[in-house]
Design a protein around this ligand. Structure first.
Ligand SMILES: *Cc1c(COP(=O)(O)O)cnc(C)c1O
Length: 429
């Protein structure tokens, strides 16, 4: 597939933008070659600057569960744009979106909107520290919680892609306040609580990990985190920036029946515009300014365009049967991939949680970051390019999920599976 115009634009991009991109994974460093420069998208399709067409499984890193440019979402944004794009003052739209979130996630008794997942997790941790009067936090290797200083050690997503274990520029004094444990290992967490008695403010976790590839929790793991946090007086924060409104109408907490103290949301709740949120128990949230002394603010927070996109999206997701039909399509893809792997005897494992899916190039099951890191990333890169050449756009990293949207048709899935079989068969030959 020829991409001369993409190449020309990317060459100019590299002159004025760092690495030619505004978020590192987009630069294709992990898979080699040059990024696809996007011209436009609709539904499950993406067209690059050269007019090549792709079936898109990135879907803006999961934000677009309805696919690109859903007519109802576009209409909501267009109508709002004519009424003003930002006021810096309250609107009814914020109340509407927050009410929908609370109805779906009853643990979020009160909500605060921000503009990125990074802000949401950073603010939730500030609040947890304020509420407990403690400084330490526990996070899990391979989980990603955005790029604020406290979360950059042994993190997933782009840091996993680039092999960055610790980030320069994070003060040692701050890094020491973050304790890391392996995912799916409650014993390690109990040891940390025991060792740092009365000092841990919060445990933050992706209740279904999706930033080291998809790694579902063992059934007892999340419950153990709930029990340990309560027992040791720490708060439990679910980072549902990916899983919120992805795994069901609600979050992984709804599915598992486990109530966190604080929750962070993002991606889907903005319908493709920059929105994220943190929410939780009323007594905790009431410590945030202006009700309390925990300061957090934002010029564009609760932006009316973004609120409109979020409301339009959630209303479509609330339709009966939405998640059943989405998951059925994702299952068709997942099962097809498993079959293709068996046929071609490719040494890899497919893992699916709802409409999140990862093909790990490893023969071993992947239950934590140490196992994920053992994947054959060169094989993944070959697979990625094989799929791209056949018109299927996957995230350019082994450590990311593939996102199925409601816009992917059975025909799209079948074409994807054909591309997958061809690509894997080429390995065998
Ligand atoms: C994407 C993501 C974030 C960060 O959100 P941004 O909007 O990119 O800052 C945080 N947590 C999880 C689980 C994510 O997937």
């Amino acid at each position: 597939m020829q991409r001369p115009r993409s190449q020309e634009i990317f060459r100019r991009a590299c002159d004025v933008l760092v690495g030619g991109v505004n978020s590192p994974v987009r630069a294709f460093r992990a898979v080699g070659g040059e990024p696809v420069v996007v011209d436009r998208a609709a539904g499950a399709r993406l067209w690059d600057a050269d007019g090549n067409e792709y079936i898109d499984y990135v879907c803006s890193w999961g934000a677009l569960i309805l696919g690109h440019a859903h007519p109802k979402v576009v209409q909501a944004v267009a109508e709002q744009a004519r009424r003003g794009t930002s006021y810096g003052m309250p609107t009814e739209l914020e109340v509407e979106l927050a009410s929908r979130i609370r109805k779906a996630l009853p643990s979020c008794e009160k909500v605060r909107f921000v503009s990125s997942g990074t802000e949401a997790t950073m603010s939730a941790v500030r609040l947890a520290r304020a509420a407990t009067g403690r400084d330490l936090i526990v996070k899990f290797d391979g989980c990603y919680h955005g790029h604020s200083d406290s979360f950059l050690s042994e993190a997933g997503s782009g840091l996993a892609t680039l092999g960055i274990a610790a980030c320069p520029g994070v003060p040692q004094a701050l890094a020491e306040l973050t304790l890391n444990a392996p995912y799916n290992n409650a014993v390690a967490v109990e040891k940390l609580f025991d060792l740092h008695r009365g000092k841990i403010a919060a445990v933050i976790v992706e209740p279904i990990a999706a930033n080291m590839g998809v790694v579902p929790p063992k059934p007892e793991f999340i419950q153990a985190l709930r029990d340990l946090s309560s027992r040791y007086g720490a708060l439990l924060i679910f980072d549902e920036v990916i899983t919120g409104f992805r795994i069901c109408y609600g979050g992984a907490q709804t599915l598992f029946g486990i109530t966190p103290d604080l929750t962070t949301l993002g991606k889907i709740i903005g319908g493709g515009l920059p929105v994220a949120a943190y929410g939780g128990r009323r007594d905790l949230m009431d410590r945030v300014a202006p009700l309390g002394p925990v300061y957090q603010a934002g010029t564009l927070s609760g932006n009316p365009l973004a609120m409109s996109a979020g409301i339009a999206s959630l209303d479509l997701l609330a339709a009966p049967g939405f998640y059943e039909s989405l998951d059925a399509r994702a299952k068709r893809l997942g099962d097809g991939i498993v079959e293709a792997l068996r046929e071609t005897r490719a040494g890899s494992t497919a893992v699916r949680a709802g409409s999140l899916l990862t093909l790990f190039f490893s023969r071993e099951p992947v239950a934590d970051y140490a196992a994920a890191k053992k994947c054959d990333t060169r094989r993944f890169a070959e697979f990625f390019h094989g799929m791209l050449d056949r018109g299927v756009f996957l995230a350019p990293s082994q450590f990311e999920a593939l996102f199925v949207s409601a816009a992917h048709t059975d025909a799209d899935i079948d074409r994807t599976l054909a591309a997958c079989r061809e690509t894997l068969a080429a390995f065998a030959g």
